[in-house]
Design a protein around this ligand. Structure first.
Ligand code: ATP
Length: 201
């Protein structure tokens, strides 16, 4: 039987992956002493309203973005799932596959704000430790992670210097003909250019 490990789980649309995603992954690995961090590009995320770019593009960019982090494993399971994807299903599967491991779910503060609307959020908190990184956002001051929406109120902070970058902003900048090279890892910028992503239709 294999020894218990600390297995991090970090999901996102990654449309595209950007500097804050990589900084958050790095901080999570170090601060939470993760043996492995599973990065899961989402399939049809139930809470995202805008249509996502092709799964193949998001997967390729995710691989490029996190290539320098040896603890990262890109996990494609949510992309392969039919219909909407739910974190609780992924955690149940990972718990079945790695019953010895401690699961640690990594999210940004904007996700923590609506965590109690996630499917079976109380079950999620039974399956995994919830770890939250602050994220600058319009409706909340920096330094204000509001964990009132985490059932049981148990969570672990991840210290992350505030990075006001979002994938939405990157897509909008690109559509407006503005540069994005300072917001994404260089290989991701090259990929976006090569495949003419996020340009006006
Ligand atoms: P979009 O603008 O399209 O909604 P996004 O930038 O929020 O995208 P996601 O792929 O949805 O990126 O985010 C995946 C995870 O990374 C989420 O848990 C989110 O909270 C976190 N995250 C994204 N950007 C930041 C940031 N700047 N600081 C901290 N956490 C972040």
């Amino acid at each position: 039987m294999s020894a218990a490990r600390r297995l991090g789980i970090f999901g996102g649309a990654f449309d595209p992956p950007h500097h804050a995603h990589v900084a958050l992954a790095r901080a999570a690995i170090e601060q939470l002493q993760l043996d492995e961090l599973r990065i899961l590009p989402t399939g049809l995320a139930w809470h995202k309203v805008q249509p996502l770019s092709d799964a193949a593009h998001r997967l390729a960019m995710t691989r490029l973005a996190f290539a320098d982090l040896p603890q990262v494993v890109i996990d494609e399971r949510e992309l392969c799932r039919e219909g909407p994807t739910y974190t609780v299903d992924t955690l149940r599967e990972l718990h079945r596959e790695h019953p010895q491991d401690t699961l640690v779910l990594v999210i940004g503060a904007d996700q923590a704000d609506t965590f109690d609307q996630w499917r079976e959020s109380d079950e999620i908190t039974r399956l995994a430790i919830i770890s939250i990184a602050d994220r600058p956002r319009a409706q909340a001051p920096a330094g204000a992670v509001d964990a009132a929406h985490v059932p049981g109120g148990q969570w672990v902070p991840i210290a992350l210097a505030p990075l006001a970058v979002s994938a939405t902003d990157i897509r909008e900048r690109r559509a407006a003909g503005l540069g994005i090279d300072h917001l994404v890892p260089a290989p991701v910028a090259r990929y976006i250019d090569l495949h003419h992503l996020y340009l006006p239709a």
